[in-house]
Design a protein around this ligand. Sequence first.
Ligand code: SF4
Ligand code: SF4
Length: 307
Amino acid sequence: MKLTNEIVIEKAKAIGFDLVGFAKAELLKSESEKLEEWLIRGYQAGMSYMERNQKKRIDVSQILPEAKSIISLAVNYYTDHQYTNNPAYGKVSRYAWGKDYHLIIWEMLERLEKELKKIDQAFESKSYIDTGPVMDKAWAVRSGIGWLGKNTNVINKELGSWIFIANIITNYEFDYTSSIPDFCGSCTACIDACPTDAIVQEYVIDSNKCISYLTIENKGELSQEFKGKFDNWLFGCDICQDVCPWNYKFAKQTVVSDFNPNNNNEEISLQEILNMPEKDFRERFLESPISRAKLSGLKRNAEFLSR
Ligand code: SF4
Ligand code: SF4
């Protein structure tokens, strides 16, 4: 049987994806020009992997030669837990409160791809979350999942930006959904609220200044220029999303229970981190995105916040 948009949407939603869009597999010319400029300015900081595989990023046929379409998918991860803002505790970015989203979404993608292939053996695909040389946000925007906000997050009118994005590159042709307008308008709340001025211009983040990068990917020391500006963020930073009206007005509770905080991971005692042995770290953050920062990174962050 031939696959249609409706069949894909029905199957994807039954598996738990909240949003589905379809884009033609064309060259991402304008998006990769912007990426190139961002790299030239050095805004990738220590994320040198962003400099690699540019051919694949611009052209998905370098990944799947017979690529015709991208199925863009999103999963809402918002849960309504709130921070206590106790200064003895460091805050964790909302996306990392529960089980690692890669583990959850990889399973969902695998199920979806299998089901689609079962309907039509001719369906070939390769899927990505935010790993691999695929411009995930660009495809989400092209397929109408949302628009790219000035804080560089993809924002959906019904769910805000608390969404994980996944993309399936496929040899299949679909009816393509159109992208939606930019609803940021004259708002600059995210730019005004960023404590380290990391949003250097609308739609451009300098990772060298971004708390999210500095507390997770960054392997070096934290510069004294940021002292007192971290607002007690231990892992990641959600300020530019928390202040976004599309989030505080429209966010809805996820149905995926695994995104609820594990072990009260929304805020963690700084003292506990400073005294934590490697074995406890591995146990406590097994299957948590927090493990990405490694214990040495978390200790560095906890020290920076408590000094
Ligand atoms: S994540 Fe935090 S530091 Fe980074 S741009 Fe947003 S508000 Fe600024
Ligand atoms: S805070 Fe305002 S400018 Fe920033 S992403 Fe949200 S709507 Fe756009």
